[in-house]
Design a protein around this ligand. Structure first.
Ligand SMILES: Nc1nc2c(ncn2[C@@H]2O[C@H](COP(=O)(O)OP(=O)(O)OP(=O)(O)O)[C@@H](O)[C@H]2O)c(=O)[nH]1
Ligand SMILES: [Mg+2]
Length: 389
């Protein structure tokens, strides 16, 4: 793996300390339907196709993704219809720490008990909270188990464990909504999150996945704060022959993404995925930058972006909830990707996210390799958590 994918260079300033970039004159961006009249006057580097590209616009990597796509709208789910053989075992293995913290602990607590009573439910409650399942989700589960206990529906330890598993699965099911690429082209995915959450890596993996599904993908290097961020995205682009639209470090992020949209449209791309700089969700000025990106895009098309994907680092546990609330409040998220579920015992946070945010969980990241990003499937996830062989 390339070293800069893991380690930021020493001279990088944390994103939360930088001032917001303000180079796009939003008022000069034409309203939808007015042919973008003002944009060239105010933002010289913004172009509508690569043939017009000025020196500052770099469209990296040739388009080598097959024939021009058909004119009809693309409607493609990135869900895995049939998981590859062995994937379940890989998923199960990558969730091993969470399994130890959550399902193994619950099993050893429950199995072997002679009586099922309120004190056992209290112990389960403590275990769920310890495993990062979160207050709201834990309350909901314990309440439901208490009701079943009172109705004498928990005849033995195995029935209790089955019931617990069913509750966990039911909590995730509403969030099991795969990303569907459909409607107008290019389908725009704006990727946001705090520093180091795994945004750029997720974009790299996702672009490869979409490309494998036959989509023509372009990337926008909207993290203009660090030179290494642009390089990181270009590496993914070169590896998969996916074009990357970038501008020099320090450019305005909204302007880069605006450029990229124009370029993607002119080149008949199916999907445009925009990277953004990591930002602390508590820094208002940085959160306002995101609002600006969305505002600028919406002057081109009010439906943009089609997907606003928050990338959350699962190792952050409950802190992810406040991140998600903040991003959701600022730019109204449409989905979440949970990274680094491998190697953390805090995977219980998936249940907290599901219960408290009720946002679609589009993907889970279970490793650093390109195929370690998977569409989220509630049933498969809970089965992998509770599977013992
Ligand atoms: N183990 C594991 N590592 C991951 C996963 N996703 C991302 N990473 C690693 O997390 C680190 C940070 O990933 P980036 O993609 O650079 O994160 P980012 O959100 O783009 O970071 P900034 O641009 O600095 O905000 C890298 O070392 C990735 O390889 C995952 O699912 N599992
Ligand atoms: Mg990044």
């Amino acid at each position: 793996m390339f070293s800069f994918l893991r380690k930021k260079s020493a001279d990088q300033k944390p994103a939360q300390d930088r001032p917001p970039a303000e180079t796009v004159d939003e008022n000069a961006v034409a309203a939808p339907g007015s042919e973008g009249a003002g944009i060239h006057a105010s933002v010289e580097s913004v172009v509508t196709s690569e043939s017009e590209a000025p020196a500052t616009l770099a469209v990296e990597a040739p388009v080598a993704q097959g024939e021009e796509s058909p004119a009809q709208p693309v409607a493609e789910s990135v869900a895995e219809p049939m998981p590859a053989p062995g994937f379940f075992h890989r998923l199960r293995d990558s969730l091993s720490k969470t399994r130890t913290a959550l399902s193994d602990s619950l099993s050893s607590l429950v199995l072997g008990r002679k009586t099922i009573d309120q004190s056992l439910l209290d112990d389960i409650e403590t275990q769920l909270l310890t495993a990062d399942v979160g207050l709201e989700a834990t309350d909901h589960i314990i309440q439901s188990l208490t009701n079943k206990l009172q109705r004498k529906q928990l005849a033995n330890p195995q029935a209790l464990l089955d019931s617990l598993k069913a509750e966990l699965e039911a909590m995730l099911l509403p969030c099991s909504q795969p990303l569907v690429i459909s409607g107008s082209k290019p389908y725009v995915i704006l990727v946001v999150g705090v520093n180091g959450a795994g945004k750029t890596t997720t974009i790299g993996k996702l672009s490869k996945r979409l490309q494998n599904d036959g989509q023509k993908v372009m990337l926008a290097a909207g993290d203009t704060f660090r030179a290494a961020a642009v390089e990181q995205l270009k590496v993914w682009g070169e590896r998969n022959q996916i074009p990357v639209v970038a501008q020099p470090t320090g450019s305005d992020s909204a302007s880069v993404i605006f450029d990229a949209y124009q370029s993607a449209k002119a080149r008949g791309m199916d999907v445009l995925i925009a990277d953004t700089a990591g930002r602390l969700h508590t820094k208002d000025n940085l959160m306002h930058e995101l609002e600006k990106i969305v505002r600028v895009l919406r002057k081109l098309d009010p439906d943009l972006p089609h997907e606003t994907l928050l990338v959350l680092d699962s190792t952050m546990g409950q802190n992810s909830l406040s991140q998600a609330r903040s991003f959701h409040k600022t730019i109204s998220l449409s989905g979440v990707a949970l990274t680094k579920l491998d190697g953390t015992a805090k995977g219980g946070m998936v249940f907290a996210i599901a219960k408290e945010l009720q946002l679609p969980i589009r993907f889970i990241g279970v490793g650093e390799q390109v195929d370690d990003l998977r569409p989220f499937d509630a049933r498969q996830f809970v089965d992998a958590l509770f599977s013992s062989d």
